[in-house]
Write a protein that binds this ligand. Structure first.
Ligand SMILES: Cc1ncc(C[n+]2csc(CCOP(=O)(O)OP(=O)(O)O)c2C)c(N)n1
Ligand code: SF4
Length: 278
């Protein structure tokens, strides 16, 4: 196995802007995966699905199998892979536009299903690949070519939405803190159930007004108290660069997962199906 394969990288030239926090998220993902595959899990047992945007280019830079999917459809693609082979570790990579606009319905239902898979949302509060239109998490007042008078809608709080949708692992991280992000990603992947990680990241080109929030962020201990999680979610409303932004595991609970409830999936799991001959 070559160095590239071992370290989860590929030889593809990286086309993100120099300094884009997506580079740091990629490093954090590689770090977390390296630790995961040290145990019984093999590299071929980890797969991903991505949407379309700047962040989902990670598909080309991460040496695992998967599907470079459609914008807004990361979660149904992940679900399909998990139903086909419940023994795979399935990771979804999406943007805020991807998840909270076109993909919104899937997000809510993923919380209800509690399928054992992990979703990473790189939230730069902008549809960046398509040149900076506002997404559901964009702050009020933001001006772009499509809203020259400024965004007037209140931003959505994805952490509150995840808690209300019954997501069993809800975390938020700062893309620029590679070590902490890698630790939380590892916990999310190991969690039995649907894990959601909101990655706060700047876009260096679009919606620059909301960048540089590092001084607002502070690390929390893993939390399993719903009321406390709701209070933590309320500390920042995505609208201003004021308030405190808690990062870490905001809420984590054990509850039955989709494949525990579904007899056909239980049988597939017992058969230990995998990639025969590889
Ligand atoms: C089904 C579909 N809808 C819309 C688009 C157009 N589109 C491609 S990328 C993109 C923006 C991506 O924004 P986001 O998900 O926030 O990721 P970012 O680029 O900010 O990382 C959009 C709207 C598409 N390619 N396919
Ligand atoms: S446009 Fe923004 S999100 Fe996209 S690569 Fe450049 S800095 Fe990163």
């Amino acid at each position: 196995m070559s160095w590239f394969k071992k370290e989860f990288g590929t030889k593809q030239p990286i086309t993100w802007c120099p300094g884009c926090p997506n580079h740091m998220t990629l490093e954090a993902v590689k770090k977390a995966l390296k630790k995961i595959v040290k145990g019984k899990i093999k590299q071929k047992d980890v797969v991903m699905a991505t949407g379309i945007g700047c962040h989902p280019k990670i598909f080309d830079y991460l040496n695992i199998g998967g599907i470079y999917g459609l914008h807004g459809r990361v979660l149904p693609t992940c679900l399909g892979m998990k139903l086909g082979n419940p023994n795979l570790i399935v990771l979804g990579f999406a943007g805020d536009g991807d998840t909270y606009a076109e993909g919104m319905g899937h997000f809510i239902h993923a919380g209800r299903y509690n399928c054992d898979m992990t979703l990473f949302v790189s939230d730069n509060q902008s549809f960046s690949l398509t040149t900076g239109q506002p997404t559901p998490t964009t702050q009020q007042g933001y001006k772009s070519k499509v809203n020259p008078f400024g965004e007037f809608n209140q931003p959505l709080n994805p952490i509150k939405l995840a808690l209300a949708s019954g997501v069993s692992f809800v975390a938020r991280v700062n893309a620029r803190d590679i070590q902490h992000t890698a630790e939380i990603l590892e916990k999310a992947i190991k969690h039995k159930g649907f894990s959601f990680i909101e990655i706060i990241q700047d876009c260096l080109i679009f919606n620059k007004d909301i960048n540089n929030k590092d001084n607002l962020m502070y690390k929390i201990k893993d939390n399993d108290d719903k009321k406390k999680a709701e209070a933590l979610a309320d500390q920042w409303n995505y609208n201003t660069k004021e308030g405190k932004i808690p990062i870490g595991v905001i809420y984590k609970i054990e509850k039955p997962i989709l494949s525990d409830e579904w007899p056909q999936l239980i049988k597939l799991k017992e058969k230990s199906i995998g990639w025969k001959g590889l």
